[in-house]
Design a protein around this ligand. Structure first.
Ligand SMILES: NC(=O)c1ccc[n+]([C@@H]2O[C@H](COP(=O)([O-])OP(=O)(O)OC[C@H]3O[C@@H](n4cnc5c(N)ncnc54)[C@H](OP(=O)(O)O)[C@@H]3O)[C@@H](O)[C@H]2O)c1
Length: 291
């Protein structure tokens, strides 16, 4: 970007700030000059995460475990949270350590605000800081809205939506320039091909606006905020031999389920310096489910 266009953006921002009265729009806090330096290419490995410290929620199994292992494989130290699978969480920690990284597991119910905050504080204490927060935890409850108990509705909203908001809120004071918040939504946030998924889909669609809004808040600090929307991934929540499996396969362009590693690959990319220009983005990894 040349000097004139930088000045143009700056003037426009000031005008916007004046019109809306939002001071933050007028003055990015980080150095635009450094960030915008024209480079022919960058030399860093695409997803080198050596020295980074990450927290992945809901990672004793399934997609979260895949993300934790992918981050560790690229050099990050990783804390995971879980609800009740102590042995499975310990196995994930062992696999992280076998990659030469530090790993810790924290039992913390993502439906409990105090536990969410505690898990972030403990992560910072154990790793000495936090660079990457992955809001992965989520539960699926299906059925007609007409018959859904209010406690079930609360559980879905608390774990799928509120936990991401609260974990991010607790993480923000610890994140520095280059920090990352990556949330796992669902392709069902955008299209709902079956009845019975009303509340689950709603809980995931809220993450879209959350991601975009928070990207605006944290952009001036050079912290990026992005959303990954998986399609059918073979886990306990959505087994590739389950009742929904054949219908899900038919809805994909590739005609198959994915693996947690497919989501881990997207997370490591977004977490890496190579993705420094991506924020407020929605990355769909769904084999064409929503195509
Ligand atoms: N699988 C798919 O096809 C698919 C598609 C789109 C989006 N997603 C999303 O991807 C994320 C991961 O899904 P998944 O398929 O890997 O799920 P999963 O196989 O059911 O695994 C869930 C993980 O979250 C933990 N967890 C559940 N409730 C928790 C709570 N209240 N507090 C703390 N941890 C809790 C579980 O811990 P325990 O082992 O201790 O129970 C487990 O580690 C979710 O947000 C899901 O909505 C999945």
């Amino acid at each position: 970007m040349n000097h004139d266009s930088k000045v143009g953006i700056s003037k426009r921002s000031v005008m916007l700030g004046a019109v809306t009265g939002i001071a933050a729009l007028a003055a990015p806090a980080f150095s635009a000059t450094t960030a915008e330096k024209r480079l022919p290419g960058r030399e860093e490995a695409v997803d080198d995460l050596r020295g980074k410290r990450a927290l992945v929620t809901g990672a004793s199994r399934g997609i979260g475990a895949g993300i934790a292992l992918a981050l560790a494989a690229r050099g990050a130290d990783v804390v995971i949270t879980y609800l009740q699978s102590t042995d499975k969480a310990a196995a994930v920690v062992k696999a992280i350590e076998q990659k030469g990284r530090r790993g810790f597991a924290i039992q913390a119910d993502s439906g409990d605000p105090a536990a969410v905050r505690r898990s972030v504080a403990e992560t910072v204490q154990r790793l000495g800081g936090l660079d990457i927060l992955v809001n992965n935890v989520g539960i699926s409850r299906s059925g007609p809205l007409e018959a859904m108990d209010v406690n079930v509705i609360n559980d879905v909203l608390n774990v799928n939506t509120r936990a991401a908001v609260l974990a991010s809120q607790a993480a923000i004071p610890h994140l520095t320039s280059g920090g990352r918040i990556i949330t796992i939504g669902s392709c069902l946030a955008e299209r709902v091909p079956y009845p019975g998924l009303t509340v689950y889909s709603m809980s995931k669609s809220a993450l879209l606006a959350f991601t975009r809004g928070l990207a605006r808040e944290l952009g001036p600090r050079n912290i990026t905020v992005n959303l990954i929307q998986p399609g059918p991934i073979d886990t306990d929540q959505n087994p590739s031999n389950g009742d929904w499996a054949d219908g899900n396969r038919r809805l994909t362009a590739l005609g198959r389920y994915g693996n947690p590693a497919d989501i881990g690959a997207a997370v490591t990319f977004l977490a890496s310096p190579a993705a420094q220009f991506m924020t407020g983005s929605v990355v769909t990894v769904d084999a064409g489910f929503n195509a």
